[in-house]
Design a protein around this ligand. Structure first.
Ligand SMILES: *Cc1c(COP(=O)(O)O)cnc(C)c1O
Length: 415
C-alpha cells in the first residue's frame, strides 16, 4: 500500500468509518451549523441510552454493589486510558478527575515539590486565565519564597526558561487565537534547562495527534467537554509521565488517592500510580457520559481527524479570503495549517454583535472579549458544507450590518 504514505485529502483510511458515518453518530439540531465544539462538544446519539442504563439498572437496581460489579470504582482510570490513546500516552498515566483548574493545582504543586531548588512557574501572556489564577492561588498559599508566577509574551517564552523555573505551563492551542504551539520544541527547551513542562490540552485533545510519551512530556491536563464531547461539566483529565509515579507528592491528598482507601488508616500514603491524583469520589454519571462519548473515537485515528480538521479550517480561511471578508475582519489564527489548532478566530470591532447575528442566522459560534469571534471545527461532525454556510452567513452579516441590531446589545453571563 504505497499510497497510504502519501498525504490524503482527509478521507479516512479504508478500515475507518467515513466522515458521513461519524457525523451520523451525533445528535445535531436540524437547520443549524454547530461551530462551537471547542466549547461544548455535541452529543453522540448513543449517550442517553447509556445514561438511562446507568440510572435505571446500575443505580436503581444494582445499587451500592455497582462500585464493584459495574466497575464504577475503576472508571476514572479506564476512561483515562482511553483518552491516553488519543494523546499518545501508554496506559496508567492518564486519569479522569476533577476540572482542569483543580488538576493544574495538583500538578503545579507536585512540580514545585519535584524541583525543590526552584520556585518559578513560567507561562505565556494571553493564555487561558484559569491556569494563571490557579498559579496565583498556589503562590499565595506557599509564599513568595517557594512559588512565583512569571508571565512573558509567547515569543519570549523559551528564552525566559532559566535556572529558577521549576515548571513551564502552556496551552497547546491558544483559546483566543487558535495558534498551535510547538510541543516538541518547547518541551525540549524546558528540559534543557532542567525545568518540567505542564501542557494544557483543553483545545487540542481529540483533534491534534500528539505523542505525550514520545515527546517526553512530564505533565498535562485537558478538558472532557470540548472536542472529546463528554457533555456539560464532564470531568477533566490529567497525565503524569510514569517516571514521576511513586513520588506523587500532591497536596489534595484525599482518601481515593490513598494506597489502600478501604483500610481507612489514620495517615495518608499515596497510591503508587496516577491514581494518587484522585482526591474524592468521582462523579459517576458525568464520567459514564464521557466514557460513552469516547466510543466515537474508537475506530478512527487522531491523525485522520487532524487531516480532516486542517481541510475544514483551510477551506474556511480560503472562503473568507475569496469573499473579501479579511478586509473587515482580522484573521488572528495563523494562515499556516501546521501552526493552528481546530479553530479560526476573527477580530471585529463589533465582535459581540457579529457573534449574535451569526447565531441568529443559525451558525453557532462564540465570542471572547474584547472583540473575538471564534469558529470551532470538530472533525468528527463538521463538514465542508458547514464551512461554506458559515462563510455565506458571515458575508451577509457583515454586508448588511446585522451586528448593529438592537437585540444584540445585551450580553448574558456566559459568552
Ligand atoms: C476550557 C479551558 C479550561 C477549563 O478549565 P475547567 O477548570 O475545567 O473549567 C482550562 N484551560 C483552558 C486552556 C481551557 O481552554
Amino acid at each position: 500500500m504505497t499510497s497510504s504514505a502519501q498525504p490524503t485529502s482527509g478521507k479516512p483510511t479504508s478500515a475507518e468509518p467515513s466522515f458521513e458515518t461519524l457525523r451520523e453518530r451525533f445528535d445535531l439540531p436540524e437547520g443549524r451549523v454547530y461551530l462551537d465544539g471547542n466549547s461544548l462538544g455535541a452529543m453522540p446519539r448513543h449517550v442517553p441510552q447509556r445514561i438511562q442504563d446507568l440510572l435505571h439498572q446500575q443505580w436503581a437496581t444494582d445499587l451500592i454493589s455497582s462500585w464493584n460489579t459495574n466497575g464504577w470504582i475503576d472508571l476514572p482510570q479506564r476512561t483515562g486510558n482511553r483518552i491516553g490513546r488519543l494523546v499518545g500516552a501508554a496506559p496508567g498515566q492518564v486519569i479522569c478527575v476533577d476540572s482542569v483548574s483543580v488538576n493544574i493545582f495538583k500538578l503545579l504543586a507536585l512540580a514545585l515539590n519535584l524541583r525543590p531548588g526552584r520556585k518559578v512557574i513560567l507561562t505565556a501572556e494571553g493564555d487561558f486565565p484559569t491556569d494563571s489564577y490557579i498559579a496565583q492561588g498556589l503562590a499565595q498559599l506557599l509564599g513568595q519564597e517557594r512559588c512565583e508566577l512569571r508571565r512573558v509574551p509567547m515569543t519570549e517564552l523559551e528564552a525566559a526558561i532559566d535556572d529558577d523555573v521549576a515548571v513551564v505551563m502552556l496551552t497547546q492551542v491558544n483559546y483566543r487565537t487558535g495558534e498551535l504551539a510547538d510541543m516538541p520544541r518547547v518541551t525540549a527547551s524546558a528540559h534543557a534547562n532542567g525545568s518540567l513542562i505542564l501542557w494544557d490540552l483543553a483545545h487540542s485533545a481529540g483533534v491534534i495527534d500528539m505523542g505525550l510519551d514520545a515527546v517526553g512530556v512530564d505533565m498535562a491536563v485537558g478538558c472532557g467537554y470540548k472536542f472529546l464531547n463528554g457533555g456539560p461539566g464532564a470531568p477533566a483529565f490529567a497525565y503524569l509521565n510514569s517516571r514521576y509515579q511513586g513520588q506523587l507528592d500532591q497536596p489534595l491528598s484525599g482518601w481515593l488517592g490513598h494506597r489502600d482507601p478501604f483500610a481507612f488508616s489514620a495517615d495518608y500514603e499515596p497510591a503508587p500510580g496516577v491514581a494518587a491524583l484522585q482526591a474524592g469520589t468521582p462523579p459517576i454519571i458525568s464520567l459514564a457520559a464521557l466514557d460513552a462519548s469516547l466510543d466515537v473515537f474508537d475506530d478512527v485515528a487522531v491523525a485522520t481527524l487532524r487531516e480532516r480538521s486542517v481541510v475544514l479550517t483551510s477551506t474556511f480561511i480560503d472562503g473568507l479570503e475569496q469573499a473579501g471578508l479579511l478586509k473587515t475582519c482580522k484573521l488572528l489564527t495563523p494562515n499556516v495549517a501546521e501552526r493552528r489548532g481546530s479553530q479560526v478566530s476573527l477580530a471585529h470591532e463589533q465582535g459581540w454583535g457579529v457573534t449574535q447575528a451569526l447565531i441568529g442566522a443559525g451558525v453557532i459560534v462564540d465570542f471572547r472579549a474584547p472583540d473575538i469571534v471564534r469558529f470551532g471545527f470538530s472533525p468528527l461532525y463538521n463538514t465542508v458544507d458547514d464551512v461554506e454556510t458559515a462563510v455565506v452567513c458571515l458575508a451577509r452579516v457583515i454586508r448588511e450590518e446585522h451586528f448593529l441590531d438592537a437585540r444584540f446589545v445585551h450580553r448574558p453571563k456566559v459568552t
